[in-house]
Design a protein around this ligand. Structure first.
Ligand code: FAD
Ligand code: NAG
Ligand code: NAG
Ligand code: NAG
Ligand code: NAG
Ligand code: NAG
Ligand code: NAG
Ligand code: NAG
Ligand code: NAG
Ligand code: NAG
Ligand code: NAG
Ligand code: NAG
Length: 623
């Protein structure tokens, strides 16, 4: 195999291949677009130029003597409006900037498969996402430590949430209109990602805020200070002057791109991390297509895999790091026997309750149904940087502990205690994964009764409610289908595998109806279109959930931090077990999802990882 002859070299090597068609202009001294312009070796080679990869690359290349290469499968965007304008956020889904991955068909979903977008673009999923820029609660991160991950807790991560951020308060008009409050101390001001509140909020948001209050649900001062419980106004990742999306590209690539020690090659996909025995030589290959020539590049110190929760485990597997049974089935010799690679995958599963409304209040649907309105909104955005297109929507979100959204929390808790953790796991889950999951199960059970941990997110859009399960019990896996990285990974988020998840969503559907019945929403004349007011029994609601549940695009956990005999793939310093010089830094390392959208947590983990790699600040002493 490629490069095996170089086994005596004490270095990492990445192999890459390139096609003759290059999407980007030639090497300009910093951006490398042709494989033959790469240096022969770099100190660090980072696979994946998304949220985490660009963060780590930026921080490591702060030292001029440290050379860094990022290999990114996707291209640079061309500042398309659907990428830059907040009101068009999400428009890059299902374009060439999307891997178009799909969760495998599942019996728990009535045989459905579910598409799961992932960014294939410089900036990764931060170019596709809906721009909710929030954090989980203190308890979410403290729970990481409870699972056995020393110093992975709120207090250790908070400085890194701040390090990522350049926070700006809301503009006066919107602050006054909506009484938005915030906690100065919780935010960062010297980071790279802009965050601020929309200067325009779709007006039925007020009806939601009032309904929240009339149900006595708290509205915290700020979601960012560890108390993200109740209904809160959320910032978005956007520039407070021109209200354009702030992504990992603008934040962490543009600000480092003039450094001579920092190269990025786009449109090349890492095909393999080449290894020699269990250490010494590590290498990845990258290519634009399966038939292109594979070339290689060495890493003197480390390879950092930051390819996202679905592609990172696949890359490890095709490189021989994973479950020997899986690897032999795809003709890959085992380099490290690490069955947990790809396991423990989970994601925020949601169902929708959709009401039509009948009101004279302006609705977001006018952007698509009323050309005059759309043209005015566009003109206002272009000339004043105000108006509907400054909002990606989702400006006020609910994050609710179980006891706030249902009176049945005690009986759900009793049912969970009486049930069997193995119901959450695929039948072929390796022993160490099952052993580690026992601790997660215990932790989830205690969250059922906790008031400082949210189980449900409610996203509102003019009568349509998206109900997202924040702490799902179910787990799935990612498996390479073949030895080729160009074949899409087989990913199963495990949605609804454990029936407890259906029960938790069933109560969410009932809560949505109570919320909609509040006077401030009732005045919008809501009519429940989906699932329909006649869907009320447990069985009928459950059937609806099975037939409609989908993803909020937060896959995580597939290379989680943890002890090796408890299903961990990386240790507390994010080093892959059983091999030297290889780390994983992306959403796949989360031991368990926080109750929030997850981009800020990805950034905080990546900021911290950079310090760990540099051996400063956030370094963790591992016993
Ligand atoms: C449609 C959508 C909406 C979302 N909405 C929100 C939101 O509103 N708020 C929020 O907080 N989060 C949101 N998220 C989630 C958030 O964007 C992601 O969790 C985050 O970007 C993950 O960071 P990452 O570094 O793990 O992966 P990514 O940012 O996805 O980066 C991974 C990168 O690796 C590259 N890559 C993969 N394989 C290879 C390979 N073999 N070789 C080279 N490169 C490779 C990919 O092309 C990609 O650029 C959303 C995500 C999506 C898809
Ligand atoms: C994703 O699907 C869209 C629409 O079919 C397509 O144009 C795009 O090329 C696909 N993305 C990739 C990476 O293949
Ligand atoms: C997903 O399911 C649809 C409908 O059954 C099918 O047409 C499609 O091929 C499936 N996609 C994948 C990737 O399995
Ligand atoms: C803001 O506060 C004022 C005064 O307490 C109140 O009348 C108004 O309804 C509040 N607005 C919102 C959106 O909650
Ligand atoms: C390489 O593969 C791609 C996609 O599989 C195909 O479109 C292209 O024609 C192939 N090129 C050559 C030179 O075979
Ligand atoms: C909406 O409300 C108006 C005024 O009450 C009424 O005339 C109209 O019939 C309603 N439309 C629908 C679709 O219910
Ligand atoms: C369309 O938008 C314009 C401008 O806001 C508004 O005047 C008009 O009433 C709208 N038309 C409809 C049918 O709502
Ligand atoms: C719980 O029960 C009380 C008393 O019957 C009722 O007022 C309240 O609305 C219920 N709450 C939920 C979340 O069901
Ligand atoms: C849980 O389920 C597993 C697998 O089905 C079984 O082996 C085990 O005995 C069960 N444990 C309990 C306490 O029921
Ligand atoms: C959570 O809040 C409920 C209602 O206020 C209360 O009854 C319960 O004791 C609280 N639980 C914990 C663990 O504090
Ligand atoms: C609810 O009503 C709709 C429309 O009449 C019908 O198609 C559906 O089967 C009903 N569902 C249930 C659970 O009764
Ligand atoms: C590498 O393999 C050798 C020999 O099998 C073993 O002694 C050593 O502990 C391994 N290193 C790691 C990091 O697992």
């Amino acid at each position: 195999m490629l490069l095996m002859a170089k086994c005596s070299l004490v270095s990492w090597t990445l192999a890459l291949s390139t096609s003759s068609v290059l999407a980007h202009p030639l090497f300009n001294g910093r951006l490398v677009s042709r494989a033959d312009e790469l240096l022969e070796e770099y100190d660090y080679v980072i696979v994946g130029g998304g949220a985490s990869g660009l963060t780590v690359a930026n921080r490591l290349s702060e030292q001029p003597s440290t050379t860094v290469l990022v290999i990114e499968a996707g291209q640079f965007d061309q500042n398309e409006e659907f990428v830059t304008i907040p009101g068009l956020a999400g428009g890059a889904v299902s374009t060439k900037y999307d891997w178009n991955t799909t969760y495998a068909a599942s019996e728990y979903l009535g045989g459905r498969n579910i598409s799961i977008s992932q960014g294939k673009i410089v900036g990764g999923s931060t170019k596709l996402n809906r721009m909710v820029f929030d954090r989980g609660s203190k308890s979410d991160y403290d729970g990481w430590e409870t699972l056995g991950n020393e110093r992975w807790d709120w207090e250790s991560l908070l400085p890194y949430f701040k390090k990522n951020e350049i926070f700006s308060p809301p503009v006066d008009e919107i602050r006054e209109e909506y009484n938005i409050t915030w906690d100065d101390d919780a935010h960062g001001y010297d980071g790279y990602m802009h965050s601020t509140y929309s200067p325009y909020i779709w007006p039925t948001t007020k009806n939601l805020v009032e309904a929240t209050s009339s149900l006595n649900i708290p509205i915290p001062k700020d979601q960012a200070n560890g108390n993200a419980i109740g209904g809160y106004f959320t910032p978005h990742n956007m520039d407070p002057i021109d209200y354009r999306r702030s992504s990992a590209d603008e934040a962490y690539y543009d600000t480092a791109a003039t450094r001579e020690n920092f190269h990025l090659i786009a449109d090349h996909q890492a095909t393999r991390i080449l290894t020699c025995a269990n250490s010494t030589l590590k290498a990845t290959g990258f290519a634009t297509s399966s038939n292109a020539t594979i070339q290689s590049v060495k890493a003197k110190r480390e390879v950092v895999v930051a390819a996202g929760s679905l592609h990172t485990p696949q890359l490890l597997q095709v490189s021989g790091i994973g479950d020997p049974a899986l690897l032999s089935s795809i003709d890959i010799p085992t380099v490290v026997d690490l069955p947990a690679v790809g396991q423990s995958l989970h994601d925020h599963v949601y169902v929708m309750v959709a009401n039509s409304v009948n009101t004279t209040i302006t609705l977001a649907s006018e952007l698509t149904s009323n050309a005059t309105f759309a043209a005015e909104a566009r003109a206002q955005y272009d000339t004043e940087k105000r108006g509907p297109l400054t909002s990606p929507s989702g400006d006020f979100l609910l994050f609710l502990p179980l006891s706030i959204y249902t009176n049945t929390s005690a009986s759900i808790h009793a049912a969970a205690l009486a049930s069997n953790a193995s119901l959450s796991l695929p039948s072929d889950a390796p022993t160490e994964v099952a052993a580690g999951y026992a601790a997660s199960y215990h932790s989830l059970n205690s969250k059922l009764l906790a008031n400082d941990s949210a189980f449900l997110e409610v996203i509102w859009a003019d009568g349509v409610l998206f109900l997202g399960l924040q702490h799902p019990y179910s787990r799935g896996s990612v498996k390479a289908p073949s030895s080729s990285i160009f074949d899409a990974p087989i990913a199963d988020a495990g949605f609804l595998r454990n029936p407890l998840d259906t029960v938790l969503l069933r109560e969410a559907v009932r809560f949505a109806r109570r919320l909609v019945a509040q006077p401030s929403i009732a005045e919008l004349n809501p009519f429940e279109v989906v699932p329909g007011a006649n869907v009320t029994s447990d069985a009928d609601i459950d059937q609806y959930i099975k037939n409609s549940a989908s993803t909020l695009w937060h896959p995580a956990g597939s290379c989680k931090i943890g002890k090796r005999d408890e299903g961990g793939v990386v240790d507390g310093e994010l080093k892959v077990y059983g091999i030297e010089g290889l780390r994983v830094v992306d959403a796949s390392v989360f031991p368990i999802l926080p109750a929030s959208h997850i981009m800020t947590t990805v950034y905080a983990v990546a900021e911290r990882a950079a310090d760990i790699i540099k051996g400063v600040g956030g370094a963790i002493e591992m016993s």
